[in-house]
Design a protein around this ligand. Structure first.
Ligand SMILES: Cc1cc2nc3c(=O)[nH]c(=O)nc-3n(C[C@H](O)[C@H](O)[C@H](O)COP(=O)(O)OP(=O)(O)OC[C@H]3O[C@@H](n4cnc5c(N)ncnc54)[C@H](O)[C@@H]3O)c2cc1C
Length: 465
């Protein structure tokens, strides 16, 4: 008898034999790029869930049975039909930068890697149509010569795909001017493939496109997106240092509210977070909280005028250089702030908050007084439903799940909403960011067997089909 193997590992590593009709599936999709190699399946069954010690335990052993990489929409249709025929789950994977195991196949089955569906279909002034696997960086590079750029991108612009951003993200660099992805008008149209025995292709235009927004790929496989663009600007990266975090937040808010100042990013980070900003460390004075900003070149004088009445000092100012070879300033904002800290301190984790727009500074001060050094605050100014507010991604010293939930309750008691990043379901995770579109009803139409990313939409119960 061989050595006893831990049962969980033995089951997880085993390709589908017995669990799903993998051979039959592979026969149906013959000719399409697919791999059952363990190393590939392990590598492509993960995202950044490890930010959360709670999810790390829950998800570390989840594993796809096969990774399939279609080259065009016709192949996506064949794969969807095969999954429906053999009742095999399918989880779409974009750039895999999601934070809550969004593209982790909880029930194994197929991971559908979208990397090869990356073509730009067309562009015209103000809009671009792309395949869902196109990288955000490549889209901007293609539209900038015509004088346009994406309205917003996550700080993972160099790695994420547009399909992953729309299906998994909420907003990012640009949201201070255009709001989050869910604001009406921020997705022009989406083309999806359904998961049925005879899969359909559906074009969702206008508000209907919100049915796939931040649904973690549970409401259709997005194959194309039509996205609105903004006029491209000459952006200036700026770092301003303040003795006091509250003063930093007040100045960020003042710039956010100054409608004549063209901006793409206003990110406030409390000391000691900036001590982890390795690539910009020499511009982060010890003990100072920082406002990192992207300001339109033509607005820099007005920015400096408003700054003059504060105690802030500019420590860095240079044209934004969006090149793959250089770490951009925006990779120290949004959820990159947490990542910069995690690189040298694995004892922390994070939360996602939304501050009340009418008592933003007060709520920041209240939270600060409540948690002291256990929580270091980090705010991103954003427009939301026509008001200016901030989302927050505080870095939290991790002690236990119980303490984390006490901190969440403490934030909520200060009137700050929390979208819990330590859970995998849509319903429990992104409460304040839910869209009005009837995603649950739509799922019944496009995925009646519940095979798309199962386990992520808790309210869904499959029909007997
Ligand atoms: C360091 C760091 C910084 C981040 N900063 C931000 C930020 O600024 N703003 C923000 O919103 N998020 C941020 N995130 C989260 C994440 O980067 C975004 O959600 C990102 O846009 C995901 O894109 P992706 O291509 O990596 O998608 P993935 O992680 O691959 O997928 C995300 C979800 O979308 C689904 N999906 C992917 N492609 C498709 C498709 N074609 N059809 C249907 N479903 C699909 C997946 O199944 C999954 O559920 C950050 C994460 C990290 C680790």
């Amino acid at each position: 008898m061989g050595p006893a193997m831990p049962q969980a590992a033995a089951l997880a590593d085993r390709p589908a034999a017995g669990r799903y009709a993998l051979d039959a599936l592979l026969a149906d999709i013959a000719g399409i790029e697919a791999t059952t190699e363990l190393v590939d399946r392990k590598r492509r069954s993960r995202d950044y869930f490890w930010y959360s010690p709670i999810l790390q335990e829950q998800l570390k052993d989840k594993l796809a049975d096969v990774v399939v990489t279609p080259g065009d929409e016709a192949e996506v249709l064949r794969i969807a039909a095969a999954c429906a025929r053999h009742r095999i789950p399918l989880t779409v994977r974009g750039g895999a930068t999601g934070n809550y195991g969004q593209c982790v196949p909880l029930e194994g089955g197929v991971v559908l890697d979208m990397a090869r569906l990356n073509r730009i279909k067309w562009q015209r002034p103000g809009a671009v149509r792309v395949e869902a696997g196109a990288k955000l960086f490549d889209i901007d590079a293609a539209t900038r010569p015509s004088g346009f750029e994406l309205r917003m991108h996550p700080s993972t612009k160099r790695a994420s795909q547009i399909g992953g951003f729309v299906a998994g993200g909420s907003g990012g660099v640009g949201s201070v001017s255009f709001g989050g992805m869910r604001e009406p008008g921020n997705i022009v149209a989406a083309r999806i493939v359904t998961l049925e025995r005879a899969p359909r292709v559906i074009e969702l235009r206008g508000d209907a496109a919100q049915k796939i927004s931040r649904a973690y790929g549970t409401t259709g496989i997005i194959t194309e997106l039509e996205m609105p663009l903004a006029p491209a600007q000459s952006w200036i990266d700026v770092i301003v240092a303040f003795d006091d975090f509250i003063e930093c937040v007040r100045f960020g808010h003042a710039i956010a509210m100054a409608d004549g100042i063209v901006k793409k990013l206003l990110s406030a980070a409390q000391w000691p977070l900036p001590q982890h900003f390795a690539a910009y460390r020499s511009f982060c004075p010890d003990g100072k909280s920082l406002l990192s900003a992207m300001i339109g070149d033509m607005s820099m004088e007005s920015f400096a005028t408003l700054l003059a009445s504060t105690g802030g000092t500019i420590t860095y100012k240079a044209p934004s250089e969006d090149v793959l070879s250089k770490t951009p300033l925006y990779e120290h904002t949004w959820n990159h702030t947490t990542l910069q800290v995690l690189k040298s301190d694995r004892g922390v984790t994070y939360l996602q908050c939304l501050y009340p727009h009418d008592r933003l500074v007060e709520a920041v001060a209240q939270v600060g007084a409540k948690f002291g050094d256990e929580v270091h605050q980090h705010l991103e100014f954003i427009r939301l439903n026509g008001t200016m507010t901030a989302s927050g991604i505080p870095v939290v010293r991790y002690r236990s799940p119980e303490r984390l939930y006490e901190i969440i309750a403490g934030y909520e008691a200060c009137g700050v909403m929390i979208a819990n990043p330590h859970v995998v379901t849509l319903e429990d995770g992104s409460r304040y960011k839910r869209v009005d579109a009837d995603q649950l009803g739509f799922k019944h139409e496009v995925d009646p067997m519940g095979l798309l990313n199962p386990g992520k939409m808790r309210s869904f119960a499959p029909q007997a089909v």
